[in-house]
Ligand binder design. Structure first.
Ligand code: EPU
Length: 429
């Protein structure tokens, strides 16, 4: 298993190219199941989760062709996928695959909408909480899908097609909104989705579905209206940039000090996080090509933050902010409202010398003058990268174990950071 070794202490200076968003790429790839024509996706990040979803889709009979590098492209330019679901050979998504990546449960929507049936394993619990799929099932049922649960599988059937309906989510859900959008696109009649997720990845998927011939309005607001169409076509779409990768590197620069240009970053996608960083004493400058992040001289000021669905402060940046606040000059409070168990990084940050008290959903972080390198590991992607951020400011050497978590969601993390002067290397084996 690979590990990452970091010698902390240096500032970051330079440019970091931001990749395409993992959490847009995954539903976009799944949307390919809605049509027998080819969907071409540009700016796809090179991530383990993309490879895994390729295998999962392959099981349904989907061909994925990865485009070659074009002249003039750098190693950081995203890849192009040509995805063709001309013939669905299998409508079952087995436990062995779905349990490896929760988002693969979402194949249930395009499969039942296009083929009239799907049998998809329930994903089960995960490191950040119980994460049920009841809202996703409710959304499909509202569109006339009959649902049975048998042997750990959700069996969805709609032999006569889906019918538009009202879907009112009791709680904002990204996966529920993706599911509803995909299913409603091929339903007959109109679907209204209330309390829809407003995340930029939802808007990106809706844009792509519209290019494929869907009729979706209101994406990016809490009320989305979908006029169903009988058939969707192929299209070409470029994946939106990754706001969580952007926020992560912004926190890394805030932690070490220095001056870094985050190329291709889109400030409007992470306004809440940028405001928190500004409060913490970081200089944030949106430019034509991205976001410039700098911290020179001033210490890190403590903040009080509560995670919330977009446009609130994202849960996917909670661990990284906590890492940053371990070095703040004072006491910070971070409340996690999306996932009840997303504090696995607390114990590991403590190994580096952080002082964090947990009480229910709230972590109280007392800033310390210095962190000290240690052996650490984490159980999920964002928790792992929070340890990298802490390690960049720790004295001595930190070894981050279980790097496969990082590879799920961060493309060439060690290359991007070392290009800005960090002492960081991957140790294979
Ligand atoms: N929920 C239910 N029932 C459901 C669905 C969700 O109770 O049927 C609850 C969840 O347990 C959670 C809340 O609703 O408390 C919100 O969950 P949501 O459905 O929005 O999460 P998700 O779609 O499973 C996506 C991202 C996560 C991100 C969350 C929240 C992808 C592939 N995953 O998950 O990303 O944290 O939205 O923004 O888009 C990550 O990238 O590290 C990651 C975990």
């Amino acid at each position: 298993m690979d590990r990452i070794r970091i010698a902390g202490g240096g500032k970051l200076h330079g440019t970091i190219p931001i990749s395409g968003a993992k959490n847009a790429t995954l539903p976009l790839m799944i949307a390919s199941l809605l049509t027998d024509q080819t969907l071409i996706l540009d700016n796809v990040p090179r991530l383990a989760d993309v490879g895994l979803l390729q295998r999962i889709l392959g099981n349904h009979g989907v061909d994925v062709m990865v485009g070659g590098k074009r002249p003039g492209e750098s190693q950081y330019d995203g890849q192009t996928l040509h995805i063709s679901a001309a013939r669905i050979v299998d409508t079952t998504a087995p436990y062995e695959l779905v349990s490896k990546m929760r988002a693969s449960f979402w194949v249930i929507a395009p499969l039942v909408a296009r083929i009239g049936e799907a049998k998809v394993s329930m994903p089960g619990g995960c490191a950040i909480g119980t994460r049920p799929v009841d809202f996703l099932i409710m959304a499909l049922a509202q569109l006339g899908v009959s649902i049975e649960i048998e042997g750990g599988y959700v069996i969805a059937r709609a032999p006569n097609g889906l019918k538009g309906g009202e879907i009112d989510f009791p709680k904002v859900t990204v996966g529920g909104t993706h599911t509803a959008l995909m299913a409603a696109s091929l339903a007959s009649g109109t679907t209204v989705i209330e309390n829809a997720a407003r995340e930029p990845e939802i808007t990106d998927v809706a844009d792509c579905l519209n290019k494929m011939g869907a009729k979706i309005t209101g994406a990016g607001t809490s009320r989305i209206v979908v006029e169903g169409v009988p058939k969707l076509n192929g299209a070409r779409h470029s994946v939106v940039s990754d706001r969580i990768e952007t926020g992560t590197y912004a926190m890394a620069v805030a932690m070490t000090g220095g001056d870094v240009m985050l190329e291709n970053a889109r400030p409007e996608q992470l306004q809440a996080a940028l405001e928190v960083l500004t409060q913490a004493g970081v200089d944030i400058t949106p430019t034509n090509s991205g976001i410039r992040v700098a911290r020179n001289g001033a210490g890190i000021a403590p903040v009080e933050v509560t995670t919330a669905p977009f446009p609130g402060f994202p849960t996917d940046l909670q661990a990284q902010l906590m890492a940053l606040m371990t070095r703040a000059k004072g006491t910070s409070r971070i409340t996690e409202t999306i996932f009840e168990n997303r504090f696995m990084h607390v114990q590991e940050l403590a190994r580096l010398g952080a002082r964090i008290q947990l009480a229910g959903e709230t972590a109280t972080i007392e800033g310390v003058d210095k962190l000290q390198g240690a052996q650490v590991m984490a159980t999920d992607l964002r928790a792992s990268v929070s340890l990298v951020i802490a390690a960049l400011a720790a004295e001595g050497e930190t070894m981050v174990n279980r790097v496969y978590h990082l590879d799920r969601g961060f493309e060439r993390l060690e290359d991007k950071l070392s290009a800005c002067g960090a002492t960081i290397e991957r140790i294979s084996g």
